[in-house]
Design a protein around this ligand. Structure first.
Ligand code: ADP
Ligand code: ASP
Ligand code: MG
Length: 416
Protein backbone atom coordinates (compact mmCIF):
# COMPACT_ATOMS: atom_id res chain seq x y z
CA UNK A 1 0.00 0.00 0.00
CA UNK A 2 1.02 3.58 -0.73
CA UNK A 3 -0.54 6.64 0.82
CA UNK A 4 -0.93 9.93 -1.04
CA UNK A 5 -2.12 13.20 0.41
CA UNK A 6 -3.50 16.09 -1.60
CA UNK A 7 -3.91 19.34 0.34
CA UNK A 8 -6.35 22.19 -0.13
CA UNK A 9 -4.12 24.00 -2.62
CA UNK A 10 -4.01 20.98 -4.95
CA UNK A 11 -7.81 20.75 -5.19
CA UNK A 12 -8.70 24.41 -5.04
CA UNK A 13 -10.60 24.35 -8.36
CA UNK A 14 -11.69 22.08 -11.24
CA UNK A 15 -8.21 22.29 -12.81
CA UNK A 16 -6.77 20.99 -9.55
CA UNK A 17 -9.12 18.01 -9.51
CA UNK A 18 -8.21 17.21 -13.12
CA UNK A 19 -4.56 17.44 -12.12
CA UNK A 20 -5.13 14.80 -9.41
CA UNK A 21 -6.11 12.49 -12.26
CA UNK A 22 -2.91 13.42 -14.11
CA UNK A 23 -0.79 12.68 -11.04
CA UNK A 24 -2.52 9.34 -10.46
CA UNK A 25 -2.20 8.40 -14.12
CA UNK A 26 1.51 9.16 -14.07
CA UNK A 27 2.27 7.43 -10.78
CA UNK A 28 -0.19 4.52 -11.00
CA UNK A 29 -3.13 4.06 -8.65
CA UNK A 30 -3.36 0.45 -7.52
CA UNK A 31 -2.96 -0.27 -3.83
CA UNK A 32 -3.16 3.42 -3.05
CA UNK A 33 -5.02 5.29 -0.33
CA UNK A 34 -5.51 8.95 -1.21
CA UNK A 35 -6.16 11.35 1.66
CA UNK A 36 -7.67 14.67 0.62
CA UNK A 37 -8.24 18.00 2.39
CA UNK A 38 -11.07 20.46 1.92
CA UNK A 39 -10.97 22.42 -1.34
CA UNK A 40 -8.97 25.66 -1.32
CA UNK A 41 -9.97 27.84 1.62
CA UNK A 42 -13.13 25.90 2.49
CA UNK A 43 -12.02 25.17 6.05
CA UNK A 44 -11.62 28.90 6.69
CA UNK A 45 -15.06 29.53 5.22
CA UNK A 46 -16.64 26.87 7.44
CA UNK A 47 -14.84 28.34 10.46
CA UNK A 48 -16.57 31.60 9.58
CA UNK A 49 -19.90 29.77 9.44
CA UNK A 50 -19.32 28.55 13.01
CA UNK A 51 -18.25 31.99 14.25
CA UNK A 52 -21.27 33.62 12.67
CA UNK A 53 -23.56 30.94 14.09
CA UNK A 54 -22.49 31.73 17.66
CA UNK A 55 -22.52 35.50 17.23
CA UNK A 56 -25.71 36.02 15.19
CA UNK A 57 -27.38 32.65 14.61
CA UNK A 58 -29.16 33.58 11.36
CA UNK A 59 -26.11 35.06 9.66
CA UNK A 60 -24.35 31.73 9.08
CA UNK A 61 -26.71 30.85 6.23
CA UNK A 62 -25.28 33.16 3.60
CA UNK A 63 -21.69 32.07 4.29
CA UNK A 64 -22.72 28.44 4.01
CA UNK A 65 -24.62 29.20 0.80
CA UNK A 66 -21.48 30.84 -0.67
CA UNK A 67 -19.45 27.72 0.14
CA UNK A 68 -22.09 25.62 -1.62
CA UNK A 69 -22.03 27.85 -4.70
CA UNK A 70 -18.22 27.54 -4.83
CA UNK A 71 -18.44 23.72 -4.84
CA UNK A 72 -21.36 23.52 -7.27
CA UNK A 73 -19.36 25.67 -9.74
CA UNK A 74 -16.47 23.21 -9.55
CA UNK A 75 -18.84 20.28 -10.12
CA UNK A 76 -20.38 22.02 -13.11
CA UNK A 77 -16.97 22.45 -14.67
CA UNK A 78 -16.05 18.81 -14.07
CA UNK A 79 -19.26 17.08 -15.12
CA UNK A 80 -21.06 18.28 -18.22
CA UNK A 81 -24.42 16.72 -17.36
CA UNK A 82 -26.65 18.46 -14.80
CA UNK A 83 -28.09 16.68 -11.75
CA UNK A 84 -25.63 13.82 -11.63
CA UNK A 85 -25.42 11.77 -8.41
CA UNK A 86 -22.50 13.95 -7.26
CA UNK A 87 -24.56 17.14 -7.65
CA UNK A 88 -27.15 15.52 -5.41
CA UNK A 89 -24.61 14.18 -2.95
CA UNK A 90 -22.98 17.56 -2.42
CA UNK A 91 -26.36 19.25 -2.07
CA UNK A 92 -27.29 16.61 0.48
CA UNK A 93 -24.06 17.16 2.47
CA UNK A 94 -24.62 20.93 2.60
CA UNK A 95 -28.21 20.18 3.62
CA UNK A 96 -26.99 17.97 6.49
CA UNK A 97 -24.67 20.71 7.69
CA UNK A 98 -27.48 23.27 7.56
CA UNK A 99 -29.90 20.95 9.39
CA UNK A 100 -27.33 20.24 12.08
CA UNK A 101 -26.89 23.95 12.77
CA UNK A 102 -30.59 24.69 12.79
CA UNK A 103 -31.37 21.85 15.19
CA UNK A 104 -28.26 22.07 17.34
CA UNK A 105 -28.75 22.85 21.03
CA UNK A 106 -25.16 22.37 22.16
CA UNK A 107 -23.45 25.55 23.37
CA UNK A 108 -20.10 23.73 23.15
CA UNK A 109 -18.30 25.65 20.40
CA UNK A 110 -15.53 23.15 19.79
CA UNK A 111 -18.08 20.35 19.37
CA UNK A 112 -20.14 22.38 16.90
CA UNK A 113 -16.94 23.39 15.09
CA UNK A 114 -15.99 19.78 14.40
CA UNK A 115 -19.49 18.77 13.27
CA UNK A 116 -19.52 21.65 10.76
CA UNK A 117 -15.94 22.11 9.57
CA UNK A 118 -15.57 18.41 8.75
CA UNK A 119 -18.04 18.83 5.86
CA UNK A 120 -15.22 20.45 3.86
CA UNK A 121 -13.40 17.14 3.60
CA UNK A 122 -16.58 15.04 3.17
CA UNK A 123 -17.53 17.22 0.20
CA UNK A 124 -14.11 17.46 -1.46
CA UNK A 125 -13.59 13.70 -1.36
CA UNK A 126 -17.09 13.06 -2.74
CA UNK A 127 -16.31 15.29 -5.71
CA UNK A 128 -12.83 13.88 -6.39
CA UNK A 129 -14.00 10.27 -6.04
CA UNK A 130 -16.93 10.82 -8.39
CA UNK A 131 -14.67 12.52 -10.92
CA UNK A 132 -12.14 9.68 -10.88
CA UNK A 133 -14.90 7.16 -11.57
CA UNK A 134 -16.28 9.50 -14.26
CA UNK A 135 -12.95 9.46 -16.14
CA UNK A 136 -12.60 5.70 -15.82
CA UNK A 137 -10.38 5.33 -12.75
CA UNK A 138 -12.30 3.05 -10.40
CA UNK A 139 -12.16 4.54 -6.92
CA UNK A 140 -13.86 3.73 -3.63
CA UNK A 141 -14.94 6.45 -1.14
CA UNK A 142 -14.05 5.64 2.44
CA UNK A 143 -15.44 7.50 5.45
CA UNK A 144 -12.41 8.47 7.55
CA UNK A 145 -14.71 8.72 10.58
CA UNK A 146 -15.07 4.94 10.49
CA UNK A 147 -11.26 4.64 10.47
CA UNK A 148 -9.72 7.38 12.62
CA UNK A 149 -10.89 6.86 16.23
CA UNK A 150 -10.17 9.61 18.75
CA UNK A 151 -11.12 10.98 22.15
CA UNK A 152 -13.64 13.82 22.33
CA UNK A 153 -11.16 16.69 22.69
CA UNK A 154 -12.92 18.54 19.86
CA UNK A 155 -10.82 20.69 17.49
CA UNK A 156 -7.65 18.87 18.47
CA UNK A 157 -8.63 15.28 19.14
CA UNK A 158 -6.09 12.69 20.27
CA UNK A 159 -5.79 9.42 18.45
CA UNK A 160 -6.79 6.07 19.91
CA UNK A 161 -4.14 4.06 18.08
CA UNK A 162 -5.45 0.61 18.98
CA UNK A 163 -9.01 1.20 17.83
CA UNK A 164 -7.80 3.09 14.77
CA UNK A 165 -5.51 0.24 13.79
CA UNK A 166 -8.30 -2.33 13.81
CA UNK A 167 -10.83 0.05 12.22
CA UNK A 168 -8.48 0.85 9.34
CA UNK A 169 -7.70 -2.80 8.78
CA UNK A 170 -11.37 -3.66 8.48
CA UNK A 171 -12.31 -0.61 6.36
CA UNK A 172 -9.42 -0.59 3.90
CA UNK A 173 -9.45 -3.79 1.87
CA UNK A 174 -8.64 -4.87 -1.66
CA UNK A 175 -6.36 -3.17 -4.14
CA UNK A 176 -8.83 -0.70 -5.64
CA UNK A 177 -7.90 2.98 -5.27
CA UNK A 178 -9.29 4.43 -2.03
CA UNK A 179 -10.30 8.05 -1.50
CA UNK A 180 -10.69 9.30 2.05
CA UNK A 181 -10.69 12.49 4.11
CA UNK A 182 -7.82 14.05 5.96
CA UNK A 183 -8.26 15.97 9.22
CA UNK A 184 -11.39 14.19 10.49
CA UNK A 185 -12.20 11.25 12.74
CA UNK A 186 -14.80 10.26 15.29
CA UNK A 187 -15.12 9.71 19.03
CA UNK A 188 -16.63 6.85 21.06
CA UNK A 189 -20.14 8.18 20.44
CA UNK A 190 -19.42 8.47 16.70
CA UNK A 191 -19.51 12.26 16.81
CA UNK A 192 -17.13 13.78 14.30
CA UNK A 193 -13.82 15.09 15.63
CA UNK A 194 -10.97 16.98 13.96
CA UNK A 195 -7.24 16.61 14.46
CA UNK A 196 -6.26 20.30 14.41
CA UNK A 197 -5.76 22.72 11.52
CA UNK A 198 -3.55 21.41 8.74
CA UNK A 199 -4.05 17.92 10.17
CA UNK A 200 -4.46 16.06 6.86
CA UNK A 201 -0.75 15.27 6.68
CA UNK A 202 -1.14 13.61 10.06
CA UNK A 203 -4.14 11.60 8.76
CA UNK A 204 -1.97 10.33 5.89
CA UNK A 205 0.69 9.23 8.38
CA UNK A 206 -1.93 7.47 10.52
CA UNK A 207 -3.25 5.50 7.54
CA UNK A 208 0.31 4.66 6.48
CA UNK A 209 1.29 3.50 9.94
CA UNK A 210 -1.79 1.32 10.40
CA UNK A 211 -1.51 -0.20 6.92
CA UNK A 212 2.26 -0.67 7.12
CA UNK A 213 2.49 1.33 3.89
CA UNK A 214 5.59 1.28 1.72
CA UNK A 215 5.68 5.10 1.54
CA UNK A 216 3.71 8.32 1.84
CA UNK A 217 3.71 11.15 -0.67
CA UNK A 218 2.33 14.59 0.12
CA UNK A 219 1.66 16.58 -3.03
CA UNK A 220 2.34 20.29 -2.71
CA UNK A 221 2.50 23.52 -4.69
CA UNK A 222 6.26 23.63 -4.03
CA UNK A 223 8.97 21.29 -5.40
CA UNK A 224 9.50 19.72 -1.95
CA UNK A 225 10.82 20.84 1.40
CA UNK A 226 12.87 23.97 0.80
CA UNK A 227 15.37 25.52 3.17
CA UNK A 228 12.85 28.34 3.81
CA UNK A 229 9.27 29.29 3.04
CA UNK A 230 9.35 30.72 -0.52
CA UNK A 231 6.48 33.08 0.35
CA UNK A 232 8.77 34.82 2.83
CA UNK A 233 12.36 34.29 1.69
CA UNK A 234 14.08 34.73 -1.68
CA UNK A 235 16.44 32.23 -3.28
CA UNK A 236 15.23 29.14 -1.47
CA UNK A 237 16.86 25.77 -2.18
CA UNK A 238 15.35 22.30 -2.35
CA UNK A 239 16.40 19.81 0.33
CA UNK A 240 16.76 16.50 -1.51
CA UNK A 241 16.96 14.34 1.58
CA UNK A 242 16.33 15.00 5.26
CA UNK A 243 16.32 12.63 8.20
CA UNK A 244 13.16 12.08 10.24
CA UNK A 245 14.80 13.85 13.16
CA UNK A 246 15.67 16.92 11.12
CA UNK A 247 12.18 17.05 9.59
CA UNK A 248 10.63 16.79 13.07
CA UNK A 249 12.79 19.70 14.22
CA UNK A 250 11.90 21.83 11.18
CA UNK A 251 8.19 21.14 11.58
CA UNK A 252 8.37 21.77 15.33
CA UNK A 253 9.98 25.19 14.83
CA UNK A 254 7.20 26.05 12.38
CA UNK A 255 8.15 24.99 8.84
CA UNK A 256 4.51 24.74 7.80
CA UNK A 257 5.13 22.49 4.81
CA UNK A 258 4.70 19.37 7.03
CA UNK A 259 2.38 19.11 10.01
CA UNK A 260 4.55 18.40 13.10
CA UNK A 261 2.61 15.29 14.16
CA UNK A 262 3.14 13.57 10.80
CA UNK A 263 6.67 12.34 11.23
CA UNK A 264 6.79 10.34 14.44
CA UNK A 265 4.45 7.53 13.30
CA UNK A 266 6.36 7.24 10.02
CA UNK A 267 9.70 7.17 11.78
CA UNK A 268 8.46 4.39 14.10
CA UNK A 269 7.94 2.08 11.11
CA UNK A 270 10.66 3.63 8.95
CA UNK A 271 8.12 4.53 6.26
CA UNK A 272 9.68 7.06 3.86
CA UNK A 273 7.85 10.34 3.29
CA UNK A 274 8.11 12.10 -0.06
CA UNK A 275 7.16 15.74 -0.49
CA UNK A 276 6.61 16.45 -4.19
CA UNK A 277 5.17 19.00 -6.55
CA UNK A 278 1.70 18.17 -7.86
CA UNK A 279 2.66 20.14 -10.97
CA UNK A 280 5.75 18.02 -11.69
CA UNK A 281 4.84 14.58 -10.35
CA UNK A 282 7.80 12.77 -11.85
CA UNK A 283 10.40 15.00 -10.20
CA UNK A 284 12.02 13.49 -7.15
CA UNK A 285 11.16 16.22 -4.60
CA UNK A 286 12.26 15.67 -1.02
CA UNK A 287 12.65 12.33 0.67
CA UNK A 288 12.34 12.22 4.45
CA UNK A 289 13.75 8.99 5.82
CA UNK A 290 16.63 7.18 7.41
CA UNK A 291 20.17 8.20 6.70
CA UNK A 292 22.04 11.46 6.40
CA UNK A 293 20.75 14.44 8.34
CA UNK A 294 20.30 16.68 5.35
CA UNK A 295 21.40 16.87 1.74
CA UNK A 296 22.53 19.52 0.89
CA UNK A 297 23.69 20.70 4.35
CA UNK A 298 22.61 24.33 4.29
CA UNK A 299 21.08 26.76 6.80
CA UNK A 300 17.28 26.48 7.06
CA UNK A 301 15.10 29.47 7.92
CA UNK A 302 11.73 29.46 9.64
CA UNK A 303 9.73 32.48 10.70
CA UNK A 304 6.69 32.73 12.93
CA UNK A 305 4.87 36.04 12.95
CA UNK A 306 2.36 37.67 15.30
CA UNK A 307 3.86 36.27 18.52
CA UNK A 308 4.13 38.06 21.87
CA UNK A 309 7.12 38.36 24.13
CA UNK A 310 6.64 38.48 27.90
CA UNK A 311 9.49 39.34 30.25
CA UNK A 312 8.68 38.63 33.86
CA UNK A 313 10.64 39.61 36.94
CA UNK A 314 9.93 39.22 40.63
CA UNK A 315 8.94 42.28 42.63
CA UNK A 316 11.16 41.50 45.62
CA UNK A 317 14.30 40.84 43.57
CA UNK A 318 14.07 37.18 44.50
CA UNK A 319 15.21 34.65 41.94
CA UNK A 320 12.85 33.21 39.34
CA UNK A 321 13.17 29.59 40.38
CA UNK A 322 11.20 26.35 40.28
CA UNK A 323 8.05 27.41 42.11
CA UNK A 324 7.69 30.65 40.15
CA UNK A 325 8.37 28.87 36.88
CA UNK A 326 5.82 26.16 37.54
CA UNK A 327 3.20 28.80 38.40
CA UNK A 328 4.01 30.71 35.21
CA UNK A 329 3.62 27.56 33.11
CA UNK A 330 0.37 26.68 34.81
CA UNK A 331 -1.01 30.08 33.81
CA UNK A 332 0.31 29.76 30.26
CA UNK A 333 -1.37 26.38 29.97
CA UNK A 334 -4.65 27.63 31.44
CA UNK A 335 -4.70 30.45 28.89
CA UNK A 336 -3.91 28.04 26.01
CA UNK A 337 -0.74 29.88 25.03
CA UNK A 338 1.58 27.87 22.86
CA UNK A 339 5.14 28.51 23.95
CA UNK A 340 7.73 29.02 21.22
CA UNK A 341 10.80 30.03 23.20
CA UNK A 342 11.85 30.44 26.82
CA UNK A 343 14.87 32.05 28.37
CA UNK A 344 15.60 32.69 31.99
CA UNK A 345 18.21 34.46 34.04
CA UNK A 346 18.49 34.82 37.82
CA UNK A 347 15.86 37.52 38.14
CA UNK A 348 13.87 37.42 34.94
CA UNK A 349 12.04 34.95 32.78
CA UNK A 350 11.22 35.61 29.12
CA UNK A 351 8.76 33.65 27.07
CA UNK A 352 7.68 34.03 23.46
CA UNK A 353 4.10 32.83 23.00
CA UNK A 354 1.43 32.43 20.37
CA UNK A 355 -1.94 33.66 21.65
CA UNK A 356 -4.09 31.52 19.34
CA UNK A 357 -7.27 31.98 21.36
CA UNK A 358 -7.00 35.70 22.26
CA UNK A 359 -6.42 35.19 25.98
CA UNK A 360 -3.57 37.67 26.41
CA UNK A 361 -5.48 40.26 28.41
CA UNK A 362 -6.55 37.88 31.16
CA UNK A 363 -3.15 36.21 31.19
CA UNK A 364 -1.43 39.57 31.70
CA UNK A 365 -3.89 40.42 34.44
CA UNK A 366 -3.10 37.18 36.27
CA UNK A 367 0.66 37.43 35.78
CA UNK A 368 0.74 41.05 36.97
CA UNK A 369 -0.75 39.99 40.28
CA UNK A 370 2.65 38.46 41.06
CA UNK A 371 5.30 39.71 38.67
CA UNK A 372 6.49 42.81 36.90
CA UNK A 373 5.62 42.08 33.30
CA UNK A 374 7.09 43.70 30.23
CA UNK A 375 4.83 42.87 27.29
CA UNK A 376 5.95 43.25 23.67
CA UNK A 377 3.16 42.36 21.21
CA UNK A 378 3.55 41.40 17.56
CA UNK A 379 7.09 40.09 17.45
CA UNK A 380 8.57 37.67 14.90
CA UNK A 381 10.54 34.60 15.81
CA UNK A 382 13.22 33.62 13.30
CA UNK A 383 14.75 30.19 13.69
CA UNK A 384 17.87 29.29 11.73
CA UNK A 385 18.86 25.63 11.83
CA UNK A 386 22.52 24.90 11.02
CA UNK A 387 23.36 28.59 11.02
CA UNK A 388 26.65 29.90 9.77
CA UNK A 389 28.64 33.05 10.47
CA UNK A 390 26.54 35.41 8.33
CA UNK A 391 23.22 33.57 8.21
CA UNK A 392 21.35 36.25 10.18
CA UNK A 393 22.83 39.38 8.63
CA UNK A 394 19.88 40.31 6.43
CA UNK A 395 17.35 39.65 9.20
CA UNK A 396 19.29 41.74 11.70
CA UNK A 397 19.48 44.59 9.19
CA UNK A 398 15.76 44.57 8.47
CA UNK A 399 14.40 44.41 12.03
CA UNK A 400 15.19 45.24 15.63
CA UNK A 401 16.58 42.41 17.75
CA UNK A 402 14.74 41.89 21.04
CA UNK A 403 16.09 38.54 22.22
CA UNK A 404 18.55 35.97 20.99
CA UNK A 405 19.11 32.34 21.86
CA UNK A 406 21.55 29.87 20.38
CA UNK A 407 22.45 26.21 20.69
CA UNK A 408 25.09 24.38 18.68
CA UNK A 409 22.66 23.80 15.80
CA UNK A 410 19.95 26.44 16.15
CA UNK A 411 19.91 30.22 16.32
CA UNK A 412 16.67 31.91 17.35
CA UNK A 413 16.03 35.62 17.08
CA UNK A 414 13.00 37.46 18.41
CA UNK A 415 12.63 40.57 16.24
CA UNK A 416 10.39 43.59 16.19
P1 ADP B 1 -1.52 22.01 1.57
O1 ADP B 1 -2.13 22.29 0.24
O2 ADP B 1 -1.03 20.61 1.70
O3 ADP B 1 -2.37 22.43 2.72
P2 ADP B 1 0.22 24.06 2.54
O4 ADP B 1 -0.21 25.33 1.91
O5 ADP B 1 -0.20 23.80 3.95
O6 ADP B 1 -0.21 22.87 1.60
O7 ADP B 1 1.79 23.90 2.45
C1 ADP B 1 2.51 24.29 1.33
C2 ADP B 1 3.11 25.67 1.56
O8 ADP B 1 4.03 25.59 2.65
C3 ADP B 1 3.95 26.19 0.44
O9 ADP B 1 3.17 26.85 -0.51
C4 ADP B 1 4.94 27.11 1.13
O10 ADP B 1 4.58 28.46 1.01
C5 ADP B 1 4.85 26.74 2.59
N1 ADP B 1 6.15 26.45 3.20
C6 ADP B 1 6.54 26.87 4.44
N2 ADP B 1 7.76 26.47 4.72
C7 ADP B 1 8.19 25.74 3.66
C8 ADP B 1 9.39 25.04 3.35
N3 ADP B 1 10.41 24.99 4.23
N4 ADP B 1 9.47 24.39 2.19
C9 ADP B 1 8.46 24.41 1.30
N5 ADP B 1 7.30 25.08 1.51
C10 ADP B 1 7.16 25.73 2.68
N1 ASP C 1 -8.73 21.31 5.77
C1 ASP C 1 -7.97 21.37 7.01
C2 ASP C 1 -7.34 22.75 7.17
O1 ASP C 1 -7.44 23.56 6.26
C3 ASP C 1 -6.96 20.29 7.15
C4 ASP C 1 -5.81 20.33 6.17
O2 ASP C 1 -5.93 20.97 5.13
O3 ASP C 1 -4.78 19.72 6.43
O4 ASP C 1 -6.77 23.01 8.19
MG1 MG D 1 -2.66 23.07 4.39
Amino acid sequence: MRVFKFGGASVKDAEGVKNVVTVLSETGHENTVVVISAMGKTTNALEEVVNAYFKQPESFKSILADAETFHQAIIEELFEAPNTPVHKRVKELFGQCHTFLVNNRSPHEAFVYDQVVSFGELISTSIVCAYLNHVGIAAEWIDARACIKTDNFYRSAHLDWERTQSAIQSQVQGNKLKITQGFIGSDDNNFTTTLGREGSDYSAAIFAYCLGATDVTIWKDVPGVLNADPRVFDKTQLLHHISYQEAIELAFYGASVIHPKTLQPLQRKEIPLFVKSFLNPTESGTQVGKGVRMRPEIPCYIVKKGLSLLRLSTRDFSFVVEDNISDIFKLLHEHKMSVDLIQNSAISFSVCVNDKYQNMETLLHNLRARFDVQYTPDVMLYTIRHFEENSATAILKAHELVLEQRTLTTLQLVMK
